[in-house]
Design a protein around this ligand. Sequence first.
Ligand SMILES: Cc1ncc(COP(=O)(O)O)c(C=O)c1O
Length: 462
Amino acid sequence: MLWFSLSRQSTKTLVQQIEEELRQKIFSGNLIEHQKLPSSRELASSLGVSRNTVNEAYEQLLLEGYIYQVPRSGTYVSQGLAFRKGLGSVPKLQEYKEELQQCQNVIDFKASHPSTEHFPRHTWGNLFKQVCMESEDRLFGYQSAKGAFALRKEIATYLERMRGVRADPRQIVITTGATQALSLLTRLLNKKGDLVCVEDPVTDEMRQIFSYADASIYPVQADQHGMRPELLPQTEKPRFVFTIPSHQFPLGVIMPVKRRIQLVEYARTNGTYIVEDDYDSEFIYEGTPVQSMQALDPDRVIYVGTFSKILVPSIRIGYMVLPFHLVEASENVKWFTDRHSSTLEQLTLAKFIEKGLFEKHIRRMKKVYAKRRKVLVAAIEEAFGEDRIIGQAAGMHLVVRFHERIDKDKLKENGVKAAFVEDFAIEKGLHQNELVLGYGGLDEDEIIEGVARLKRASEERS
Ligand SMILES: Cc1ncc(COP(=O)(O)O)c(C=O)c1O
């Protein structure tokens, strides 16, 4: 007789419980193929449930192919189902709790993380609601892969005025962050195994994006002026050269115009493209933002931008400004990847920019980050002495050079987290004593406490 226990306290219905038990027994081989199951009347009476409940479970299992029925004979287990089901590995609760506790106490100088608490969520929420209520019905259907024209128009005007980018709304494709722009570009421009040149050091995330899209990575060393063009490959031609000229990550340096020209000339001579990532150069605390490289040759330089740093990563909106001859192919690759980015979010952002709220937010955040940076620099100088900071006073991170290497384990033991430039380097050994400190997501008290922990870690020798 088939019997198992059912719980009336469970969040699952009796029907669901019967289905699950029978599936499990079939998978584990307790019920073998072509074995006859009890009639619904028999099973209902042995489980103490109504016949309808068993019938419902049998109907579902029949639909899913676990069982079959023979008229005037009965219900049988289908063939070929004995199978060890994957259970998934779940860490023990204890380990999970410890990890959670550790995370809560750690001060994390994570780079490129904006201050999420300053995001104007009420304004954004109101605009989103307005867009949702007032947009025409057709905007809730599929739209152009390029993205909403209203947003592309706002971006073009902003880029032209603030970043010196030569942009027409028709050359802009909206993407799911800069991450997707880079992934789409690699798929568009590269054939499997083609070279992509990247600055070294550069975030491993960027490298992974290219590798996931089947590119081979060719590292080109960066120094205090960014990528060194004389080290670009001369025989094998890359499909594109990836650079962050306005605030290199992680070094934080600016590429001078002479090198920019050399890069563009390299691209012209070799029939390749430059992909310019301009992710956080709005936040510059000394002088004015450097102009984009794209204006030097809009047919050779593809400009990639994002709203993840100026606003917040969760809105997932980025874009690329393409030479006209690449627009249609880019639209296609976007369309066949995810159709287009969310129209409602795009229209909300367009309104946010149009009303002047975007530039207001930049001005406000510049003050917040400038103050955080000032507190961090002062704390570092007090703890470790002067002349330790490398790179431009910009963005949301800085690099500190120590006389001696700080032990990673000591950082962990002292409850502080930060990456070494060396972690981002492909060629190892050149940046061992340089620590990347992101300050965008930390308030002033956390910054001061974080530097105190760094100091303690630096004094403890392993
Ligand atoms: C160098 C660089 N560019 C761009 C981005 C932005 O990526 P996304 O727009 O997909 O959030 C990041 C993210 O951290 C980054 O490190």
